[in-house]
Design a protein around this ligand. Structure first.
Ligand code: CA
Length: 221
C-alpha cells in the first residue's frame, strides 16, 4: 500500500511518515499543495493524507481538482481544531474522512487501513484465501492459523494481491503500490519478492498470469 502525504509541517509529516512506514506502508511526501496535487493527479496511491492549510494551493482546491479529474482514491483530510466550515468544504470537495489536529499518528494508520479496505470493496476486515488470512484492519497475516512474518516489501505485494484476491493484478500496478516515488526499481524486483512469498506461503497460492501480472487464488491452495 502506497500513501501520499501532503503536509507542510515537516515535524508532523515526519512523524506520520515514520508511523506509516513502521506499519509497512510506502509513503510519498509533498510539502505544498502544488506538488501534492501533481503527485495525486499522476501517480497511483491507495490513499491520501491531505492537510487543508497548505502553501501555494490549499487542500480543498487540490481535492476538488483531483475529483474533477476522476481521481477517486480515498482521502483523509487533516483539519484545525475549530475548522467546522473547513470540514464541510472538504467533504463537499470529496473527502472520505477527517482527523482534527492534534491527533495520535496511530489513528492515521487505523483510519487509512479502513479507507483502503472499503475502497477495495470489502465491508469486513477479515479477508480469507484458502489457508491465508489477512486482517485488513490490523494489517496482519496468518497462514494456517499462525502469524506470518513478512518484510515491508513482501507485505505490500501480498496485501495488494489479497485486497484483490482472485483478480489479476497487473505488474505495473503492483510496482506503483510497492515502491516509493523516488525508489530505484529493478525490472525483476517484483518477481524476486513473489519468489520469496512463495517460499513462505507455498508455491501455488500466487499464480503468475503470463504477460500481465499475478493473482492470489484459493484454487491452487
Ligand atoms: Ca498546514
Amino acid at each position: 500500500m502506497r500513501i501520499l502525504l501532503v503536509e507542510d509541517d515537516n515535524v508532523l509529516a515526519d512523524g506520520i511518515a515514520r508511523a506509516l512506514r513502521a506499519e509497512n506502508f510506502a509513503v510519498d511526501h509533498a510539502g505544498n499543495g502544488l506538488d501534492g496535487g501533481h503527485l495525486g493527479a499522476t501517480e497511483l496511491y491507495d490513499a491520501v493524507v491531505l492537510d487543508l492549510g497548505l502553501p501555494i494551493k490549499d487542500g480543498v482546491t487540490v481535492l476538488r481538482e483531483w475529483r474533477a479529474e476522476r481521481r477517486d482514491m480515498p482521502v483523509l483530510v487533516l483539519t484545525a481544531r475549530d475548522g467546522w466550515s473547513e470540514k464541510v468544504a472538504a467533504f463537499k470537495a470529496g473527502a472520505d474522512d477527517y482527523l482534527t489536529k492534534p491527533f495520535r499518528v496511530e489513528e492515521v494508520v487505523l483510519r487509512l487501513r479502513a479507507l483502503v479496505r472499503r475502497a477495495a470493496g470489502h465491508a469486513g476486515a477479515i479477508l480469507t484465501c484458502g489457508k491465508l488470512v489477512f486482517d485488513a484492519q490490523l494489517g496482519t497475516f496468518e497462514l494456517e492459523g499462525l502469524p506470518l512474518k513478512l518484510t515491508a516489501f513482501e507485505w505490500r505485494v501480498l496485501s495488494a494481491l489479497m485486497l484483490r484476491k482472485e483478480v489479476v493484478v497487473d505488474r505495473a500496478d503492483l510496482i506503483e503500490r510497492v515502491y516509493e516515488g523516488d525508489a530505484d526499481v529493478d525490472s525483476n524486483s517484483i518477481e524476486v519478492i513473489i519468489g520469496r512469498l512463495r517460499k513462505k506461503i507455498g508455491p501455488t497460492m500466487i499464480e503468475t498470469v503470463r504477460g500481465r501480472g499475478y493473482r492470489v487464488t484459493a484454487t491452487g491452495a
